[in-house]
Design a protein around this ligand. Structure first.
Ligand code: HEM
Length: 138
């Protein structure tokens, strides 16, 4: 198909707008994750109820983030064998972050008292079930 110069220019503008919109979405979502995690770590500041709902919301946003960047995950994992050390380190750091964040949310759900109280339960007694989640303290 032959397209005219104005059509091509219009197509480029639309393409650029889509890229800009996607970059904005990525930026604000990542900023929200950063702020959300900062508050989730400040348990004494938020209190239990906000902490639990915020933690669950972060789990959901994490899935959205992973979905939005799934092409990156597939691309980089496929090419890992032929990559330089630097790229492998970035890949490993991302994997470690995913593991740490999943651990935060899953261990939180297991001791939930408000948002998902039937998920395993936390009697509030010192010891076993809450311990792994408490170890998240810096
Ligand atoms: C998003 C990631 C999360 C982070 C970074 C996080 C971090 C923390 C931290 C630092 C504490 C304080 C521990 C202490 O000082 O003893 C805490 C406590 C707690 N978190 Fe989370 N949390 C997250 C998600 C969740 C979720 C999703 C839930 C449940 C739905 C949850 C439930 C709890 C409960 C029940 C406590 C009190 C534990 C206790 O002392 O019995 N958290 N969390």
């Amino acid at each position: 198909m032959i397209s005219s110069a104005p059509e091509e220019a219009a197509g480029r503008t639309v393409g650029r707008r889509q890229i800009l919109a996607r970059t904005r979405l990525d930026f604000w979502l990542d900023a929200a994750i950063f702020v959300g995690y900062t508050f989730a770590y400040s348990f004494g500041f938020t209190g239990l109820v906000i902490h639990e709902w915020l933690g669950l919301a972060l789990g959901l946003v994490l899935v959205v983030h992973l979905t939005l960047h799934w092409d990156w995950v597939v691309r980089t994992t496929r090419r890992l064998a032929g990559r330089r050390g630097h790229d492998r380190v970035i890949w490993l750091v991302n994997l470690a972050l995913l593991f740490a964040m999943t651990l935060c949310v899953v261990s939180g759900i297991l001791i939930s008292r408000v948002a998902m109280p039937s998920s395993g339960g936390n009697s509030g007694e010192p010891g076993a079930p809450a311990k792994p989640h408490r170890e998240l303290r810096l």
